[in-house]
Design a protein around this ligand. Structure first.
Ligand code: ZN
Length: 314
C-alpha cells in the first residue's frame, strides 16, 4: 500500500497534548491562507523539465533519484514576549515525528540538526523576515529551515501573490496566516552566495504545531504542507480552473480541482467533468488537519526529482 493515513497518529499525538491545549476563541479557520508565492515562469519551466525527465526510461540519472534522501533540518522557534511559553519541547518533538511520518512513502527523511529559540516580538509577527533569516538561517541551500512564529502574519505582497486574501477571522489572530514557504529557485547553484537564498525556508504559525491552540489546524499538518512547497510541490488546485488548458500542479495522479477544500467534507468534486474526485486528503490541498492523509506517488516522485535537480549538493 503506497499511502497510509496520518489520522490515527495525529489523533494519538493530539491526545497526548490535550493538557496543553489552551482555550481559544477560534471557532472557524480556513487553510486558505497558505501564502506561498505563486510559481514564476522560471520555476514552471524547471518543473516542466523535471516532469519530462520523469517519463524517460531508467538511466544512471534516475537511479540516483531512487536512493534515500536525507534533508538536514533546523527548527527555529520564534515567540513574542507574551507567548514565550507557547511552544513546548514536546510540541517540537511531535511536530518533527509527524513530519517524518508524512514523508516516509517518499523515502525522504529529515535529520533535525538543532532547534533554536528566540523571544522577539517583531520576528514573532514576521515584521522583519529578512533580518530574522539573516540572523538565524543555518546550513546551505539544501538545508531546510523552518521558522515557527507565534504571531505570524503575511506581508500584503505575499497574500496578493497567493491571490487568496482571506485571513482567519478570529479575535486574537485577526491578521495571522497559517504559513508560507519558498519554492526551489532554479537560479541558485552550488556557488551561489548565502545572500541569494537567505529567505529560503518555511514560515509556520506556531500554534499549528501538535498540541497548539488553533482548532482544526493544530495537528502539525501546516508544516507538512509548507515543506511540500519547499520540496517543489504546488497546490492540488493550482490554477483554480477545470479548463483543459490549466496544467494544475503538473502532477499526473492528482485529479483536477478548481478550488481549495475547506474543512473535511465526505466527498468533493469541483471538476465533475474531469476524471476523479477532488484530492481532499492530500497534504497539498487546504483541508483541515484531520483530513490530511498523504501525498500521491506522483507527488512523492516529483519531490525526489526536484531535490536531485534543484537542491542536492547546493
Ligand atoms: Zn500552500
Amino acid at each position: 500500500m503506497v499511502c497510509h493515513s496520518l489520522a490515527p497518529f495525529v489523533v494519538l499525538v493530539a491526545a497526548l497534548f490535550l493538557r496543553q491545549v489552551q482555550c481559544s476563541p477560534v471557532v472557524f479557520e480556513k487553510r486558505g491562507i497558505c501564502a506561498a508565492e505563486d510559481p514564476d515562469t522560471t520555476f514552471l519551466s524547471a518543473i516542466e523539465h523535471v516532469k519530462t525527465d520523469e517519463t524517460q526510461p531508467t538511466d544512471a540519472g534516475s537511479e540516483a533519484r531512487k536512493g534515500p534522501i536525507e534533508i538536514e533540518t533546523w527548527f527555529h522557534i520564534i515567540t513574542s514576549s507574551a507567548e514565550r511559553d507557547q511552544v513546548s519541547d514536546d510540541m517540537i518533538a511531535s511536530q518533527f515525528s509527524i513530519l517524518q511520518y508524512a514523508y516516509e512513502n517518499a523515502a525522504i527523511r529529515y535529520r533535525l540538526r538543532g532547534v533554536t529559540r528566540h523571544v522577539n516580538d517583531a520576528w514573532a509577527r514576521n515584521a522583519d523576515d529578512l533580518g530574522m533569516k539573516a540572523a538565524l538561517r543555518k546550513g546551505t541551500y539544501q538545508t531546510l529551515n523552518v521558522y515557527f512564529q507565534t504571531d505570524l502574519q503575511a506581508s500584503p505582497g505575499q497574500a496578493g501573490r497567493e491571490g487568496r486574501p482571506e485571513i482567519p477571522r478570529t479575535n486574537d489572530l485577526s491578521s495571522s496566516v497559517l504559513g508560507f514557504c519558498t519554492l526551489p529557485d532554479p537560479s541558485v547553484n552550488a556557488s551561489s552566495p548565502r545572500a541569494d537564498y537567505i529567505k529560503d525556508g518555511c514560515n509556520v504559525l506556531a500554534n499549528t504545531m501538535p498540541g497548539g491552540s488553533l482548532d482544526l489546524y493544530n495537528r502539525g499538518g501546516t508544516a507538512i504542507h509548507e515543506i511540500g512547497h519547499w520540496n517543489g510541490l504546488l497546490h492540488t488546485f493550482q490554477g483554480e480552473s477545470c479548463s483543459a488548458d490549466n496544467p494544475g500542479d503538473y502532477i499526473a495522479d492528482t485529479p483536477q480541482q478548481s478550488s481549495p477544500t475547506d474543512g473535511c467534507p465526505a466527498r468533493r468534486d469541483s471538476c465533475p467533468h474531469s476524471p476523479g474526485l477532488d484530492p481532499i486528503h492530500d497534504f497539498m490541498d487546504y483541508s483541515s488537519d484531520v483530513c490530511y492523509e498523504s501525498f500521491t506517488p506522483g507527488q512523492n516522485e516529483r519531490m525526489r526529482n526536484m531535490w536531485v535537480s534543484m537542491r542536492a549538493g547546493k
